[in-house]
Design a protein around this ligand. Structure first.
Ligand code: AR6
Length: 179
């Protein structure tokens, strides 16, 4: 685990399971239908229970880079923020939409007075975004958001494997050494 304070808020990176986090909200790496799938989405829907998908159905559709808020049902978290990361394409759009996924998720948290949020490494599984590139984008976007906003007070990035954690640790040291 590593953490740093950024303008009165805390950013942490940890190895763990997103479904077990006790932050007020957890972020789901969703698909456009906000339907249960594999990876993070499958695990979040399984743990939250079927009511989560019932609530998701009312949105119908979520564009890449956008985010929606629901309840957390049987999760420890009170809320789920569903965001659709980009399917990696190798074009400039990848970074633009990955940044939007993080900033729109944090924007929803902040607008709803949510104090603590856990993120998975969005788009780096089924959506094929190379982890190292995605890591720098994620940490930099979170840093910028926390510099400009009071809430959330805690942002935790939860990595599912030691390998992914190590990549984040290296990026974290590089980005925050200068602070
Ligand atoms: N906790 C934390 N991280 C996890 C967990 C977990 N329980 N499970 C997997 N990861 P992915 P995407 C990591 O595929 O690339 C779904 O089918 C995983 O190792 O969940 O945005 C949706 O329905 C990887 O590093 O999300 C969409 O169709 C990261 O979380 C699509 O996949 C993201 O992997 C979204 O793809």
């Amino acid at each position: 685990m590593k953490s740093i304070e950024i303008d009165g808020s805390k950013l942490e990176i940890v190895e763990g399971d997103i479904t077990q986090q006790e932050t007020e909200a957890v972020v789901n790496a969703a698909n456009k239908r906000l339907a249960p799938g594999g990876g993070v989405a499958g695990a979040i829907h399984r743990t939250a229970g079927p009511e989560l998908y019932e609530e998701c159905k009312k949105f119908g559709y979520c564009e890449t880079g956008e985010a929606e808020l629901t309840g957390g049902y049987n999760l420890r978290a009170d809320h789920v923020i569903h965001t659709v990361g980009p399917v990696f394409s190798g074009t400039d759009d990848d970074e633009i939409y990955l940044r939007k996924s993080y900033s729109n998720s944090l924007g929803i948290a902040s607008a709803n007075n949510i104090e603590s949020v856990s993120f998975p490494a969005i788009s780096t599984g089924a959506f094929g975004y190379p982890t190292k590139e995605a890591t720098y984008i994620a940490l930099e976007e979170i840093k910028e958001f926390l510099e400009e906003n009071d809430l959330p007070k805690l942002v935790r990035v939860v990595l599912y494997s030691q390998e992914d954690y190590n990549i984040h640790e290296e990026a974290f040291d590089e980005i925050f050494d200068e602070l």
